[in-house]
Design a protein around this ligand. Sequence first.
Ligand code: ADP
Ligand code: MG
Length: 387
Amino acid sequence: MTDADADTVTQEFTDRCGSPPAGVWSAPGRVNLIGEHTDYNDGFVMPFALAQVVTVAAARRSDDRWRVTSLNQDAANGGETQEFGRDDLEPGMSGWQAYVAGIVWALTEAGHQVPGADLVLTSDVPVGAGLSSSAALECATLTALADLGDLDIDPLERAKLARRCENEFVGAPTGLMDQAASTLCQVGQALFFDCRTFETEQVHLALDEAGLELLVLDTQTPHALVDSEYADRRRSCEEAARLLGVPALRDVTDVDAALASLPDPEMQRRVRHVVTENARVLAAAAVLREDRITDLAPLLDASHASMRDDFEITVPTVDLAVATAKEAGALGARMTGGGFGGCIIALVGAGTADAVAARVGAAFEAAGYGPPSHFVGLPSAGARRLR
Ligand code: ADP
Ligand code: MG
């Protein structure tokens, strides 16, 4: 919906600021094809950018202030406007505007001259569904401000700055995947990303050529205990790496020997997930390089089983969605994102995503769960200027 959204923010900007914007920019949310909880273990991930984006219209101001309106906030009033100046740029700022202010802060910390600006944005990235609406917001803001200020920053550096905003200003301890996906992804490609070296490779994800599509289904499960469970898994992995004498679980080469040397069965399961998941991302990259997309399916299935049984980060709604998608003909399916709710992805025949989603909806109703929502995930472009 990029064109319509670009028209909307252009019009809203013009109405609110009295003159048209200097430009319109967008940055996408993402879905992770495979590689879950591998990022903080220095491992591999493989996201692709969605067609769902944050779209922002912006222009410079003559003073050192930023005024930002999100048309998604308090829509009844036509959007919520927040304003801040340089003195307000304190890490830990509350509210959604922290994602915007944090970008100004991160750019400034890195020595860039960020111009004051008015911004009006809208988004069709589902919020809090694990599709990274936060990184989309950060990267759209950064792309706009970098252009307005003529700042010369390459896409990987942009991702790092946006991550710094999220980690240090907003205070969410995430890896680099979301921001890297939002700035680096390309149409029709997945991004094979090494979370240790930050090496990237675009791998062709020609779903349509293979007669396939990727269903993204949001279970709409309210996330509970996510932060504490995430911290627990992270701690367990770091402790295991310490016991194994390696810098990170990415460095475990002989999984059987590693498991045999760990005392605790739970820790063994955690390690097995991370080590086998890394191997699955490498296998998925090989599969895509050779355009053998259907061979992704067993990797997706194995990834889900590993998250369910070894890493123990799935929940009943997610497991039901995956099992039902498979029964309805999906070649492979897995939870995507950090866990404890959120979305599943399913590799399905072209034109069948709606039918598969309908089957999951029926199963949810029978189980007494609320209705899920869904869309077809299209590998799309990273952050860019639209007009
Ligand atoms: P996710 O990134 O998985 O969607 P997060 O909790 O990381 O979930 O980020 C969601 C937060 O990002 C929201 O609570 C809000 O603060 C901010 N956000 C995302 N999209 C928008 C938007 N369109 N307008 C205002 N704030 C937004
Ligand atoms: Mg996020």
